[in-house]
Design a binder for this molecule. Structure first.
Ligand code: SME
Length: 199
C-alpha cells in the first residue's frame, strides 16, 4: 500500500504529488532503508504497450524506467537498461548512448547495429547536440550537414544531451529507418528519461 502510494506519482510531470524534491527524498529514504529496485520490480516485468499513441507509450514506460533505475547507481548498468527498455517499447532502428571522455564522445551502451565509436565535439548530430547543449531533431539525415552515417539505413534522428548539473556528459542518440520519425513528444519524454539518469 505504502509502496503503491510511493510509486503513484504523476508520470507526465515526473513529479510525486507535484513535488519533485519530495519524490527524490522518498526515493533516497527508501534506498537508505535498504530497498532496491528488485524489491518492487523485476526486469522481466517491463510492460510493453501496443496499439496506443506515442505519448501513451512514453507515459507507460517512464515510471517503469524509473523503477529499473531505482536503487542502482552504476551508470553503465542504468544506460544499458534504458537503451533496452526504449528499444523494446519503440523498436527503433538504433538507440544508445555516447559518453564524454577526454573531450570526445565515446560509444556507450546501445541496442541496434554496430556503430561509430568516437565522435568529436561539433561533428555530426551527436557532436552538435553536445556543443549546443540542446536536443536536435533531424527529419532527414541526408539534409543535415556533417551527419555521420554509421548506417545507410538510418533516415531520421533525435539526439538528447545528458546533463550533470550544467555540464553535458553524454548524449542519447535515437535513429529511425523512417523519414521524419521524431517530434516534440519524443523531445519531451526523452528529456524526462535522461534526467532520471542523473537525478
Ligand atoms: N548519426 C550520428 C552518429 C551516431 S550513429 O547514428 C549511431 C551523428 O551524426 O552524430
Amino acid at each position: 500500500m505504502v509502496v503503491q502510494l510511493l510509486f503513484s506519482y504523476n508520470a507526465k510531470s515526473n513529479n510525486f504529488c507535484g513535488f519533485t524534491r519530495l519524490w527524490q527524498l522518498c526515493r533516497h529514504l527508501m534506498v537508505f532503508s535498504g530497498f532496491n529496485r528488485d524489491t518492487f520490480q523485476m526486469a522481466e516485468d517491463l510492460k510493453i504497450v501496443v496499439n496506443s499513441t506515442k505519448e501513451e507509450q512514453y507515459i507507460s514506460l517512464l515510471p517503469q524506467i524509473e523503477g529499473l533505475l531505482f536503487g542502482e547507481d552504476d551508470l553503465i548498468a542504468n544506460l544499458a537498461n534504458v537503451a533496452a527498455a526504449l528499444k523494446e517499447q519503440f523498436n527503433w532502428f538504433w538507440v544508445g548512448f555516447y559518453l564524454v571522455k577526454n573531450e570526445t564522445l565515446v560509444l556507450g551502451p546501445f541496442q541496434g547495429p554496430v556503430a561509430c565509436t568516437r565522435i568529436q565535439k561539433g561533428r555530426g548530430v551527436c557532436g552538435s547536440a553536445w556543443e549546443k547543449a540542446e536536443t536536435i531533431i533531424v527529419a532527414d539525415v541526408d539534409q543535415f550537414p556533417g551527419h555521420i552515417a554509421c548506417s545507410s539505413a538510418s533516415k531520421s534522428e533525435i539526439v538528447v544531451p545528458l546533463f550533470s548539473g550544467a555540464q553535458v556528459v553524454g548524449v542519447l542518440d535515437v535513429d529511425s529507418d523512417q523519414l521524419d520519425h521524431f517530434d516534440d513528444v519524443d523531445r519531451l519524454y526523452l528529456n524526462k528519461i535522461v534526467k532520471l539518469l542523473y537525478a
